[in-house]
Design a protein around this ligand. Structure first.
Ligand code: GLY
Length: 382
């Protein structure tokens, strides 16, 4: 059953509700929400005190504004800034965060604020999930990727040496504040990588939104605030609706992994390094998923052509040929997919599509077809 998710307009701030019963929460979307974060968070607190987990780049750019906003609402705060980058999202980073929170005497009914991109959101949320068997947390995502995906829906966790996001918990935030203005300080490459996740929403379930992105994507990338706010809002609406239907990914939530089976394998093959950002892997993976769907006769050939044309127009990576450095062969890439946590009973879940906006989950894909597709894509690199 699909629950309606209606956005509410409040001045220039829009609110999307994630309707999860006792754990329901709001995602607020708007420019300069950071300056009113204190007022937004104060009603959630039992005592006027919060602990902020952040990362060094975000702290240098924006932490003063957040602490001033909290101060202004009479909320005392302290912050731990961890090193930027995926390397932080492991056991040592988690240990540092949790021990710091314990030393700060964060109690069961206090709140932790995760202030940063996907790494801090996932790690901060997981630290909150395990601290004293669970304390509440607020997400203030600072990247496009985090605003449209990782800050919403309660997936928290860290990476294992054996694979990405293999250690974690579902722990929903109490509030998400997506300040669109913070996207202005993102490096263009990071913004476009996050845009890969935005495109994913259109491709998986809303052809009209994909058409809107074809028309408005370039303006969004160039800095158009209204376009950014609309894209974040529509992405969050779609995610909220899917999460409300299937919070713990027993079924439809897997649709949100469109492009991720391929993308995670490519990320693993490139060592989770700067060679390929997560959102770039997702964009390449979405195009591979549509190409595979067309090859299998499941969707019209025009669909992958349209996806490729949009990624190209946006100046995004769209092919294995766009990934610098060595890549392993097709067999090894398929083996990396087998490490993914989406594998069940030895079957790899692929998100395929009947058309743009019509994705579905399949566990019946013949891996020979996947190997063939990847071998051809690898051959284009030569
Ligand atoms: N990023 C996929 C999910 O939240 O389910």
């Amino acid at each position: 059953m699909s629950l309606p998710v209606e956005p509410t307009r409040i001045g220039s701030v829009e609110t999307v509700r994630v309707p999860l019963g006792a754990r329901a929460y709001d995602i607020r979307i708007g420019a300069d929400l950071l300056d009113t974060a204190g007022e937004a968070i104060a009603p959630l607190l039992r005592r006027p005190r919060v602990a902020i987990l952040t990362e060094e780049r975000v702290a240098a750019l924006h932490l003063d504004r957040l602490t001033a906003a909290l101060d202004g609402a009479g909320i005392e705060s302290a912050a731990l800034a961890l090193p930027a980058g995926e390397g932080t999202k492991g056991w040592p980073g988690l240990e540092r965060a949790v021990e710091w929170l314990i030393a700060r005497e964060v109690a069961r009914d206090d709140l932790v604020i995760a202030f940063g991109g996907g790494v801090i959101g996932d790690l901060g949320g997981f630290a909150a999930a395990v601290l004293r068997r669970g304390v509440g947390f607020v997400q203030i995502p600072t990247t496009l990727l985090a605003q449209v995906d990782s800050s919403v829906g309660g997936k928290t966790g860290i990476n294992s040496g054996q694979g990405k996001n293999l250690i974690g918990a579902f722990h929903q935030p109490r509030l998400v504040l997506a300040d669109i203005a913070l996207l202005g300080t993102l490096p263009p490459r990071d913004l476009l990588a996050g845009y890969g996740e935005v495109v994913k929403y259109g491709l998986l379930g809303d052809a009209g939104f994909f058409g809107w992105l074809e028309a408005n994507g370039p303006a969004l990338a160039a800095g158009d605030g209204a376009a950014r706010a609309h894209a974040v809002r529509r992405s969050c609406e779609m995610k909220a609706e899917i999460v409300a239907r299937d919070e713990t990914e027993q079924g439809d939530r897997a649709l949100l992994n469109l492009g991720h089976t391929f993308g995670h394998a490519l990320e693993a093959a490139t060592g989770y390094s700067d060679r390929l950002l997560h959102g770039e892997g997702v964009a390449i993976g979405c195009l591979l998923a549509f190409t595979l769907s067309a090859r299998l006769g499941l969707c019209p050939q025009e669909a992958p052509s349209r996806v490729a044309a949009h990624l190209e127009r946006m100046g995004m990576k769209r092919d294995l040929a766009d990934i610098p450095g060595e890549l392993p062969d097709a067999e090894a890439l398929v083996a990396l997919m087998g490490q993914d946590k989406k594998v069940r009973d030895g079957r790899i879940a692929f998100i395929l599509a009947r058309d743009i906006g019509a994705a579905f989950v399949s566990r019946d894909v013949d891996l020979a077809d996947v190997r063939g597709l990847l071998a051809e894509a690898l051959a284009r690199r030569r």
